[in-house]
Design a protein around this ligand. Sequence first.
Ligand code: 15L
Length: 269
Amino acid sequence: MNDPKRILITGAAGGIGRMMRTRMRRDGRMLRLLDLASQTPSADDEPVELLTGSVTDPDAMLAACEGVDALIHLGGHSRETSWAEILDVNINGTQVVLDAARQAGVTRVILASSNHSVGFRDADEPGLPADSSPRPDTYYGVSKAAMEALGSLYHSRFGMDVIAIRIGSCFETPLPLGPRGLITWLSPDDCARLFEACLSAPSPGYRLIWGVSANTRSIFSLAEAEALGYRSQDDAEAYADQLAPTEPTPERYVGGGFCTAPLGAPNPL
Ligand code: 15L
């Protein structure tokens, strides 16, 4: 796809959305930012369109998709919560978003999946393929596996280019995650690089890729993302000496603490 002129981002006021707002600004590009929370322009001339609405509202989503070249779906719960919430916002919401994109003729969709769709995969196998079959660790992880399946469906049925990214941990630094962050970190700059690669790759069809930086301790295959043009420039190891000088706890599973946190209970991770 040529450089998309108008990109809709759902969940734009969330953690990743806020970090992408400045990083994905380009001359000649309009970012249409949708969130449940109201948002304000950071400057009068900021090239953004700010929408308030829910990913579960078909009419609002169809209106949001009108005139859009590409869509980045970040909206929904970003960690474990009740099954009812996960079902409504993450699973139903993703179907609403994809169907609105289909109806509006949006041909390129990027879905923010998560490492938690495969959270119960062993963490001691370097090079974990990006298309490993789901082993969710939470209802949240189930919703990300459903998101991947819905993306595959909408590609196969309607020919849309859909890329689902199994994001590791995207924060300004890996430090809030402790030793696990040295494995799973996706730097915000790399996240923007990855989104740009997903937007510009010619005719990707349906892809499932890892969204992590080139971390020294990574266990994730980057080959699938690199096939789309992604080149990580960051490594969480640069922060290793800022962690407490304890022996890092080896993670048994990809999903870390999500694997043992109570199912269906909001968690602070
Ligand atoms: C996720 O999917 C969450 O959205 C994020 O808040 C982090 O907890 C991340 O996974 C992680 O595994 O570190």
